[in-house]
Design a protein around this ligand. Structure first.
Ligand code: AR6
Length: 184
């Protein structure tokens, strides 16, 4: 885990860093799942490995899940109390507007669900930017805009972690967020 960039937007403390989501201590971590809710690869595979075998049957039982929707399960063996599973869009350049809106809907649904559960902290991976091919650079303003708007509204959420697995992705995230939100 590298040093976090720590920023403030409204009532949210944002922490942007390189790390492994499965090791994050937060009320909830977000899983980038698929519509069938079949445990897959990427962060989904890592979460299932770390959460232990009780997760997979429960995860499957919650499918199918629409793109942009979110559901909650226990964190089982993870340090996080809960997992919020969402399904990102598969990137298609010819449908840029639609997939952009769907990606924002993922972040929004996860934040709304965490707030509905009165959680105070949530940690996100870079949803859709792995197997689903969403270019990181195009995802950044979309994620930032959801967080900025959410931070202005009253909710239980105080801390949002943006956790990038790859060093290059973390560098892009930190560079973008430092400029967009101003370093504190
Ligand atoms: N911690 C944080 N981020 C991670 C970790 C980790 N341990 N492992 C990977 N990432 P992906 P998607 C990053 O492919 O694009 C699965 O098979 C990774 O570097 O996990 O939404 C599902 O079952 C990337 O930046 O999710 C679906 O079928 C980000 O997590 C499909 O992949 C997301 O990459 C979903 O594809």
């Amino acid at each position: 885990m590298t040093e976090a960039l720590v920023l403030t937007t409204g009532q949210l403390e944002l922490r942007v860093y390189q790390g492994d989501l499965t090791q994050v201590h937060a009320d909830a971590i977000v899983n980038a799942a698929n519509p069938a809710m079949n445990p897959g690869g990427g962060v989904d595979g890592a979460i299932n490995l770390a959460a232990g075998p009780r997760l997979a049957p429960l995860q499957r039982s919650l499918g199918p899940l629409a793109v942009g929707a979110a559901v909650l399960t226990p964190g089982f063996d993870l340090p996080a109390k809960f997992i919020i599973h969402t399904v990102g869009p598969i990137y298609r350049p010819e449908a840029h507007a639609r997939v952009s809106q769907q990606l924002q809907q993922c972040y929004q649904s996860c934040l709304d669900l965490a707030a509905a559960q009165e959680l105070t902290s949530i940690a996100f991976p870079a949803i859709s930017t792995g197997v689903y091919g969403f270019p990181i650079g195009l995802s950044l303003p979309l994620v930032a805009s959801v967080l900025r708007t959410f931070g202005r509204q009253p909710s239980s959420i105080r801390r949002v972690d943006l956790v990038c697995f790859k060093t290059a992705a973390a560098a892009s995230y930190q560079e973008y967020f430092a400029v967009d939100f101003g370093e504190t």
